[in-house]
Ligand binder design. Sequence first.
Ligand SMILES: Cc1cc2nc3c(=O)[nH]c(=O)nc-3n(C[C@H](O)[C@H](O)[C@H](O)COP(=O)(O)OP(=O)(O)OC[C@H]3O[C@@H](n4cnc5c(N)ncnc54)[C@H](O)[C@@H]3O)c2cc1C
Length: 391
Amino acid sequence: MDLDLYIDDNVRLWQQKIRAFADEHLIPYEVEAELNDGVLPDDVKRRQHAVACELGLSRMDAPKTHGGLALGQKTQVAIWEQFGRVTNGLSWCFAEVYDWMFENCTALQLEKYILPLMRNETHVAYAITEAGPGSDAAGIKATAHYENGMFRLNGEKWFVTDANLSDFLIVQALVVGGDSDGEHAFFFVRIDADGLTINDNPPFSHTFAAHHPTYGFSDVMVPEADRIGKAGDNMTFTYSWFRRERLMIAARCCGAAERLIEEMQEFARTRELSDGRLLDKDWVKFAIADAATDLYAARLIVYDTAHSIDTGADLKKQHARCSMAKLFASEMVNRTADVAVQIFGGRGYMRTNAAERFYREVRVDRIWEGTSEIQRLIIARRVEKDGLKGL
Ligand SMILES: Cc1cc2nc3c(=O)[nH]c(=O)nc-3n(C[C@H](O)[C@H](O)[C@H](O)COP(=O)(O)OP(=O)(O)OC[C@H]3O[C@@H](n4cnc5c(N)ncnc54)[C@H](O)[C@@H]3O)c2cc1C
């Protein structure tokens, strides 16, 4: 299923490189990861990491002025779509830096935190969500009291993905005192900082090496130099990051749907029932046709949204379109995973089956980076303001 309008030679080249990486170095280790709490042997992880480094994946969103690849959104979508074909979070084998970091971090912060991340020497986790406000990040209660050139952080953060594998956190808190009194800000916090505690580490549906612990902050002292951005910026830089994250989740959902369709088609082709081949049942053919049509629609939304960002569409439009891409693609892949399990029958309920793992794993794509309901609110607000032309 090709999208000739969007996939030029460069995008196709990346698509092929990442597909080969996934097929050779990631997919063959999925079952081993599933049976070992997501953890793979060190030599396998080292190999995966080395290939990711060689491809320059950590630098895909970084500007060329800092040694980045500055790939367009279409190319990044093609990369993450191929990684979406992989289960167990195995494609998270490299650190990532983002364009917004280079525009908002000081030279010292780039040197200390961002460039080592881009060189794949360190890892970072993001601590934004809290139990109370949840989806409404504007309502967070964690505080950063400013005193004599230092910030004192207090609060609790939930779902800090990757924290068990990370060297530092980026934490969102409400500033109290100083120039930014009452504003939200991001802070770099070392994972071994005094006053930082793991309050809980619950198991989640998927089997990933990356955990999602709850962190407590009790008088964690952060120097002013480790605050990201400046007074009055209202953290507007985070919007481009949200857009990218939502679009890349949507791209991964498309990759997952592609793999699911291939897997269910192949199983139905070879599964002989007492009265004939499974693929010859009308309901199976229709289910595959619906899933393929759903995927085509999702890919069109995802690639067209990426194209609109690459060609400088109005920011409000970009924002709503990224929400539409995430909403549609995440709901689409959940439908596809459900029908894939049904086609596999009892085999689809085994954790060694890719359909079973996707069934659990893609569920979170309707929740993180803004739930489907939050995406709908964003889209509805846009339509309310400017009508359909606002999209
Ligand atoms: C596996 C996993 C990893 C995560 N990783 C991270 C991470 O690394 N860093 C981080 O900061 N966060 C992370 N999150 C948090 C994630 O972004 C939140 O779970 C998500 O934003 C939803 O917030 P919530 O869970 O508090 O749900 P709630 O906000 O409590 O929502 C509950 C329900 O209410 C609905 N709802 C909420 N507000 C409205 C509204 N205004 N109108 C209508 N319905 C509404 C929601 O759609 C949902 O159905 C992760 C979550 C998971 C599950």
